[in-house]
Each structure stands twice: as C-alpha cells, then as structure tokens.
Design a protein around this ligand. Sequence first.
Ligand SMILES: O=P(O)(O)OC[C@@]1(O)O[C@H](CO)[C@@H](O)[C@@H]1O
Length: 92
Amino acid sequence: MAGLEGSGLVIFKGDLNYRKLTGDVQWPAGTTFEEAMGPLAGKLPILSLRTNKADVIAGLPKELVEKMDSDRETNGWRTNGRWGVITFIPKA
Ligand SMILES: O=P(O)(O)OC[C@@]1(O)O[C@H](CO)[C@@H](O)[C@@H]1O
C-alpha cells in the first residue's frame, strides 16, 4: 500500500485480485464489500473490475445473491466467467 495513499483512484483488475481484496472467503450472501475487505476499506478509493471465476462474492444484495445461486438460468454464475462485478469503494 505504500505509495498509494494519495491516489485519486486505485484500480484492481481481475478475479485473482478480487479474491485477494476480499480475503478469498466464501462470504455469507449480503456481506458488504467493506466487511470483506477488512481494514483496507476506506483507506483508498478503490475500483474493482472482475470477471467471476471463483465462489467468493461480496457487495451484492443478499436477495440477489440467493436468486443468482438458485435460478437455473444463472447456474454457475460465480465461476463460469460469463458474469462479472464492478465495485467502487470510496475513500472514507
Ligand atoms: O480476471 P481474469 O484476467 O479473467 O482472471 C485473472 C486470473 O488470475 O484469476 C483467476 C484466478 O482467480 C485465474 O484463472 C485468472 O488467470
């Protein structure tokens, strides 16, 4: 993080970086991105661009995650690379 403190925007690209940002944990549906990030949340303005390739997901409404997990049409949405998430966490 050294050297990034004054940044206007820090962009994280990719599934692996998303997993690093969120601890690579299978969070309960409805977990906020800030909760998943832990102490880094609010320290920098962060934009995360990610194509979903792993089970970990955070920052989406609980109802949406549960619907995506259970609907046949979205089967595999967490891992099949056909869905993505864009997340912005401002500096506090
Ligand atoms: O975001 P991208 O470029 O599609 O995926 C980045 C990546 O490092 O994340 C995955 C591991 O989580 C790898 O399969 C893949 O190479």
